[in-house]
Design a protein around this ligand. Structure first.
Ligand SMILES: Nc1nc2c(ncn2[C@@H]2O[C@H](COP(=O)(O)OP(=O)(O)OP(=O)(O)O)[C@@H](O)[C@H]2O)c(=O)[nH]1
Ligand SMILES: [Mg+2]
Length: 760
């Protein structure tokens, strides 16, 4: 089957990923703001006997080489193999989108235009004459709607047709003064017939098929040509001639920069092409976007509305999430109990119930909360509201030295830090980017949410719980901003840049997109719980079971069997008139006397005795469990690091859970699930929720300190690696670790002391 490689290029937010999704039935990330796609991704589809391989690139406004996306796209287009460029345009923003099209035309590759969002264009009264636009550009154009799946077959047919046809030159023409200089260089080359140029043309390097192409590139001071020719014999003569032509250009233009001259020309060409081929039947009334913006971007109401919406989201997250959480918790407890009862092998039963079910179950029970919060983030991204909030907060952010655009990576950070670090690439200025990278960690990622929910549920009354959760997020963000200010004044000094971010139209994200995104999140969370967290829980459980303290075990077993035989004896006395009673008497000097006497067997005497012996057995077993865990390998490690956290009064179990959280934040909960389900007066097959166990074992000041520590300490291992890559070196991972450790420790300690002062 013949394969056609199609590279999907276009300006940001024009619907490239949506189009690839619709054509190939895949689920690439889609959102209503610029810079959703950060890495290239690809999808395939078999169509009419062809395998169409479509590569989706990050959006780019132009190919000017200025920004990261521009460089990546340009490099890809110039160095990679592909058959057809699929240039996606937003039909409601034709002129702006055509700017990139004109630059793509200079690459002289096979190209097809997809005029996307034709549904919105129709609504807005915009009419584009495809035939005329195609004629002007010399490029095939097809109107499509990725949202509605309209005209996609026609588009694919056209792409296949273009791929099978020989390359047709497009009709990019330049302003007269540019054309004059191009013609001069072209005739100079024809006259000179340099071998090196002939060879370049014979190699058929992309975009260099005729002497005119070479002339244009020379005039543009193209890097590739300069590199290929600078050590060749012809270069001295050729570059001198080209320089003369460039001087001519400067004389006839207001700019002294060739790139700017060509850029201005692209803008004019795009404008001309758009005016020739489109018409707008002007509508008098305000659009929905304008009406909504009048309220949501209002100077006084904008920020309060945003804060209110966020408050609602956190209330929903906490309260709606609680019901299914309790069901999952109860289900897990029953399952654990069932396993204990039905599995004969004590070791295996304990591993399954106390290790796996307690650890994985604790993590799984927070799935509902995470999904609700994530749903809120998907809506924020998908409706176009996020770009508005970025704009609203720009002024506020600038006060703290952050760029308004940082808002997008920061909000993404509430979901997961990994994509957040990657999306910081949208910040062009290095200082802005570094600052944002260092601050993202202060936006609590979704994996920290379970810890907050757990502790809030344990230490706060239900009527304030939602507000406390909201407060945690707001406080975290405010601390993040203050840290940004400190870093801006010290490590990343630099000039502020003006905010340029496009406001997309408000769009209702499709139900399919919302359900799929949330479903995907659920699947990945469950997968993580079933793999990584499961393994971590097993390791933690094993760490608490070894080494075996045989003497202690033997002693415990002996005491327990002695008590059990007493129960048997008591059972034998049932129904008799007289019972044998053991007694113990302590003398004033501390010595003891004991013995047995025969007493009248009153009603219920035997039951009461058996009950108290059973209680004693339970206590002995609990104490045994607790000392076994404390003497275990993990217990010893815990005790070793415990002093570090003594000022906050964290016991060794909290300390170990914190350290485990450096791997993945979910392991904080699973570690607590396993550790607190063992020992400390709690039975291994206990069905007490973790929340109640914490209430018994942790004080309020320590709980507050723990929350504060979790809020600010280092991101998980995976995120740290991505951070290092984005920041530009492994050493930054160490800086981040030191920075976050210091901040989290100071806040946790302060939180502990202040709460202690308040609660006494
Ligand atoms: N009305 C309408 N909306 C569309 C259409 N295609 C995409 N969208 C919406 O446009 C927004 C942007 O879509 P994406 O597919 O993420 O755009 P992109 O070009 O990949 O964006 P970047 O990755 O940021 O460059 C989303 O809200 C889509 O739902 C369309 O044909 N009609
Ligand atoms: Mg995209």
């Amino acid at each position: 089957m013949k394969q056609i490689t199609i590279v999907c290029v276009g300006q940001p937010n024009v619907g490239k990923s949506s189009l690839v999704n619709k054509i190939c039935g895949v689920h690439l990330k889609v959102g209503n703001f610029t810079g959703v796609t950060i890495e290239k991704s690809e999808a395939k589809i078999e169509y009419k006997g062809y395998t169409l391989r479509i590569i989706d690139l990050p959006g780019t406004y132009s190919l000017n080489d200025y920004s990261f996306e521009e460089q990546v796209t340009k490099q890809f287009l110039e160095s990679q193999e592909y058959d057809v460029i699929l240039n996606v345009l937003d039909s409601t923003n034709l002129e702006r989108c055509l700017l990139l099209t004109t630059q793509l035309m200079e690459l002289q590759s096979k190209m097809c235009l997809a005029l996307n969002m034709s549904d919105e264009a129709k609504k807005e009264g915009i009419e584009i004459n495809n035939a005329s636009l195609g004629e002007i550009l010399g490029v095939e154009c097809v109107s499509v709607s990725a949202l509605r799946g309209e005209n996609l077959e026609a588009l694919l047919d056209k792409i296949i047709f273009i791929a099978n046809e020989p390359l047709k030159p497009n009709k990019r023409v330049y302003a007269d003064f540019l054309e004059n200089e191009i013609a001069k260089i072209q005739s100079f080359l024809t006259q000179k017939r340099y071998d090196e140029i002939e060879r370049l043309l014979a190699e058929n390097h992309k975009g260099l098929v005729s002497l005119r192409d070479i002339a244009i590139r020379l005039l543009m001071q193209d890097n590739f040509l300069a590199k290929s020719l600078h050590d060749k014999g012809c270069w001295a003569e050729l570059s001198e001639f080209v320089n003369k032509c460039i001087q001519q250009l400067y004389k006839q233009s207001q700019s002294q920069n060739v790139r700017d001259i060509f850029n201005d020309d692209s803008i004019s060409f795009a404008k001309g092409a758009s005016m020739e081929s489109s018409r707008t039947h002007a509508k008098k009334q305000l659009s929905t976007t304008q009406r909504l913006d009048a309220i949501l971007l209002n100077t006084y109401l904008g920020i309060p509305i945003f804060l209110l919406l966020m408050w609602l989201l956190f209330q929903l997250t906490f309260y709606l999430g609680e019901f299914p959480k309790v069901w999952i918790e109860e289900g897990m407890a029953t399952f654990g109990f069932f396993v204990e009862e039905h599995i004969g092998n004590e070791f295996l039963a304990s591993l399954l119930s106390g290790g796996i079910i307690a650890g994985v179950g604790a993590v799984l029970s927070f799935l509902p909360h995470i999904l609700i919060l994530f749903c809120g983030i998907v809506l924020l991204e998908g409706t176009g509201y996020m770009a508005r909030v970025a704009f609203l907060l720009d002024g506020f952010f600038h006060k703290f030295g952050l760029h308004g655009k940082s808002f997008i990576p920061l909000v993404t950070g509430f979901g997961c830090s990994v994509p957040a670090y990657m999306s910081a690439r949208m910040l062009k200025n290095r200082n802005d980017r570094m600052l944002t990278l260092f601050i993202i960690n202060f936006m609590s990622c979704g994996a920290r949410l379970p810890v907050y929910t757990l502790f809030i549920g344990a230490f706060f009354t239900p009527n304030v719980a939602g507000n406390v959760l909201y407060g945690i997020y707001i406080f975290g963000a405010l601390v993040g901003l203050c840290m940004a200010k400190i870093l801006k004044l010290t490590a990343f000094r630099g000039e502020d840049e003006p905010f340029v971010m496009e406001m997309p139209k408000y769009r209702l994200p499709s139900m399919r997109l919302i359900t799929f995104s949330v479903w995907q999140k659920a699947v990945s969370y469950v997968k993580k719980a079933g793999s990584f967290i499961l393994l971590a829980s097993v390791i933690i459980w094993v760490g608490t079971q070894f080494p075996h303290n045989e003497t202690l075990e033997q002693q415990t077993n002996e005491t327990v069997s002695a008590l059990e035989s007493k129960i048997v004896e008591l059972e034998q006395q049932r129904g008799k008139k007289e019972c044998v009673q053991e007694w113990e008497h302590r003398n004033a000097d501390g010595s003891a006397r004991w013995g047995v006497s025969v007493v009248m067997c009153e009603d219920g005497y035997i039951d009461r005795r058996i009950e108290s012996i059973q209680e004693e057995i339970e206590n002995i077993q609990h104490t045994y469990q607790s000392s076994k865990v404390e003497q275990s390998y993990l217990g010893r490690i815990g005790k070793f690091i415990e002093p570090l956290f003594t000022p906050m009064n964290f016991d060794w179990k909290l300390s170990i859970s914190l350290v485990n959280g450096l791997l993945a934040k979910e392991t904080i909960i699973s570690s607590m699930g396993v550790l607190y389900a063992l020992g400390e007066g709690i039975d291994e097959n206990n069905d007490m929720p973790l929340r109640e166990i914490l209430q018994e074992n942790v004080s309020l000041p320590s709980a507050i300190a723990f929350i504060l520590f979790i809020m600010f300490y280092n991101p998980c291992f995976a995120a740290s690696i991505v951070f290092g890559k984005e920041a530009g070196g492994k050493r930054f991972i160490a800086y981040l670790f030191i920075f976050t450790s210091v901040v989290s420790y100071i806040f946790a300690l302060a939180g502990h002391k202040i709460t202690q002062l308040i609660v006494g």
